[in-house]
Design a protein around this ligand. Structure first.
Ligand code: ADP
Ligand code: ASP
Ligand code: MG
Length: 457
C-alpha cells in the first residue's frame, strides 16, 4: 500500500465503537473499506474509564477494589475470548491487567495525581492492542500494528489535564510514526500522553478526540474522521429531543463553541490542532457509516442565525461580594489569583459594582480539581462567598446571536426561556453564543423547548 500525503486520514473510534468484539469488527471493516485511513486512534472500551476513575478517586475497601478490577477484566476478557485468545495478545492483556491491579493497590493512589493518570491509561492501552488484533483477523492479514502513542504525544506534567507539546509531538511523529505508516495501519491510544520525565499523562475526560486531532496535525494528515455513536453533530444532543437534526456542514468556530459549551460529541480542545493545521474534520457513526455525518471546515456556505443548543451539566456558581469593591481596584485580580492558585478555571463571569458571580465546571467522574474548602476559605479572607450547585449551562450557538433582532438574536431566545428559570445570563461577549445558567433539574426541558422553538421550520 502506498501512502501519499495528499490523502492520509486519521480515524478516531470512541468508547461505544470499541465496546466489544462485534463493535470493533464493524470499525475494522469500515477502515478496510477506506484505504486512506492509516492511523487509528482508539478510546478505552465503553465503561472502562469510569471504572478506572473509581479506582483512582474513591476510597474503596479491598473487596470493592477487587470488584471494580473484575468488571474491567470481564470487558477485556470477553473481547479476548471472541478473538480466540491468541497467545501473544493474551499475554499482553494479562500483563496489563496485573500491572493495573498493582498500581491500583498502591497506598498513595488517592493522593497522587501521577498514579491516577497511570491507572487511567490502561483502558486505551488494552483496547488498542485488542483492536489491532481484530483488524488483522478481519483482514486475514498482518496489516495492522498497535503502537504506544505515549512515545509521540508529548505533554507537560499537568496530570489529569495535560497540555500537549506540539513541536515535540511533531518531531516524534516524524521519526517514529511516519515510517510505520508506510506499510502498516497503525492503531494507537487516544487520551494518554507522556511528560518529559517519562510519566504517563492524560488529556482530560473525552480526550481521545483531542489526541486524534493532535496526531492528525503531527503526521500532517489530510483529514480527521471522528467515528462515534451518532451520525454527526446535531442541532442539539439527540438524546434530549427527537427533533434534533444532523448538521451536514459547520464552520470550525461554530463547532468549537459547541464543544466548549458542552456538546459532548467533541472534546472542547479538539478543534484547536485542526484549525492550526487546516485538517478537515468529519464526524460520523461507526454503527451506520452510510448515514453520512458532519464536515467541519474553515469556510461554509451557510451560516444560520441559530446553529445549535448545547447543554453542560454540573456547574457551580460562586458569588463573591465585598462592600470594599465599590470603586476599589484589584478586587477581581485578587479573586482570580486565588482561583488560579487552586487550579480552577472560570467559564462565565458577570460583575456588578460590589459583587462578582462566576461559574466553574464541576463534573463527576473526573480526577480534575473541584472547588475545595481551602479555596472557599481563601476567598472568605476578604469577601463574602456564596456557592450554589446543581446548575446547568445552556448555550445557544449561532451567528450574530448578540443582536436582538426580528430574524434571530437573543430576543427570540428569551421569549422562550422565562425570567424565573434563569439564574445568570452571559450575553454580548461573543457573536457566536448566548448562554445562561438554569437549575439542572429543569435543564433538559428548557433545552428541548428552546430547541424546538428555534429550529421548528
Ligand atoms: P465517543 O465515546 O464516541 O467519544 P461520546 O459519548 O463522547 O462518544 O459523544 C457522543 C455523544 O454526544 C452522543 O451519543 C450524544 O448523546 C452526545 N451529544 C451531545 N451533544 C451532541 C450534538 N450536538 N450532536 C450529536 N451528539 C451530541
Ligand atoms: N477513555 C477516555 C474517557 O472515557 C477518553 C475518551 O474516551 O475520549 O474519558
Ligand atoms: Mg467522547
Amino acid at each position: 500500500m502506498s501512502l501519499t500525503h495528499s490523502n492520509l486520514t486519521v480515524a478516531k473510534f470512541g468508547g461505544t465503537s470499541v465496546a466489544n468484539h462485534e463493535a470493533m469488527s464493524r470499525c475494522a471493516r469500515l477502515i478496510l473499506d477506506n484505504p486512506e485511513i492509516r492511523l487509528v486512534v482508539v478510546s478505552a472500551s465503553a465503561g472502562v474509564t469510569n471504572f478506572l476513575v473509581k479506582l483512582g478517586n474513591e476510597q474503596l475497601s479491598a473487596n470493592e477494589r477487587e470488584y471494580v478490577l473484575q468488571q474491567i477484566r470481564n470487558i477485556e476478557n470477553s473481547i479476548l475470548n471472541d478473538l480466540g485468545r491468541p497467545a501473544e495478545v493474551e499475554q499482553i492483556i494479562d500483563e496489563l491487567l496485573v500491572q493495573l491491579a498493582e498500581t491500583a493497590n498502591q497506598p498513595d493512589v488517592l493522593t497522587s495525581s501521577k498514579l491516577k493518570d497511570e491507572i487511567l491509561s490502561f483502558g486505551e492501552r488494552m483496547s488498542s492492542v485488542l483492536f489491532a488484533e481484530v483488524m488483522n483477523q478481519v483482514a486475514a492479514d498482518n496489516i495492522s500494528v498497535a503502537f504506544d502513542g505515549r512515545q509521540v504525544l508529548k505533554t507537560d506534567s499537568s496530570f489529569g489535564k495535560a497540555e500537549p507539546q506540539v513541536e515535540a509531538t511533531k518531531q516524534q511523529a516524524e521519526s517514529l510514526l511516519s515510517p510505520l505508516l508506510e506499510d502498516k495501519i497503525v492503531i494507537t491510544q487516544g487520551f494518554i500522553g507522556q511528560d518529559n520525565f517519562g510519566n504517563t499523562t492524560t488529556l482530560g475526560r473525552g480526550g481521545s478526540d483531542y489526541s486524534a486531532a493532535l496526531f492528525a496535525e503531527a503526521v500532517d494528515a489530510f483529514a480527521l474522521q471522528i467515528w462515534t455513536d451518532v451520525p454527526g453533530i446535531y442541532t442539539t444532543d439527540p438524546r434530549i429531543t427527537d427533533k434534533a437534526r444532523p448538521i451536514p456542514e459547520i464552520s470550525f468556530d461554530e463547532a468549537a463553541e459547541m464543544a466548549i459549551f458542552g456538546a459532548k460529541i467533541l472534546h472542547p480542545a479538539t478543534l484547536i490542532p485542526a484549525i492550526r493545521s487546516g485538517v478537515k474534520v468529519f464526524v460520523g457513526s461507526s454503527i451506520e457509516p452510510e448515514a453520512g455525518g458532519t464536515w467541519i471546515s474553515k469556510t461554509v456556505d451557510h451560516r444560520p442565525a441559530y446553529r445549535a443548543v448545547a447543554l453542560r451539566n454540573d456547574q457551580t456558581l460562586i458569588t463573591v461580594k465585598s462592600p470594599e469593591m465599590l470603586h476599589a481596584t484589584g478586587f477581581l485580580a485578587r479573586v482570580f489569583a486565588i482561583l488560579a492558585k487552586h487550579k480552577l478555571s472560570v467559564d462565565l463571569i458577570t460583575t456588578s459594582e460590589i459583587s462578582v458571580a462566576l461559574t466553574i465546571d464541576n463534573p463527576p467522574n473526573t480526577p480534575m480539581a473541584e472547588l475545595t474548602d481551602a479555596c472557599i476559605q481563601d476567598l472568605s479572607g476578604f469577601c463574602d462567598v456564596k456557592v450554589e450547585s446543581d446548575l446547568a449551562l445552556v448555550a445557544v450557538i449561532g451567528n450574530h446571536v448578540e443582536y436582538d433582532d426580528e430574524e434571530g438574536g437573543s430576543g427570540r431566545i428569551f421569549s422562550t426561556v422565562t425570567d424565573d428559570q434563569l439564574r445568570l445570563i452571559c450575553h454580548g461577549a461573543s457573536k457566536h453564543n448566548v448562554c445562561f445558567l438554569v437549575k439542572q433539574g429543569h435543564a433538559k426541558d428548557i433545552v428541548r423547548d428552546l430547541h424546538d422553538d428555534l429550529f421548528s421550520a
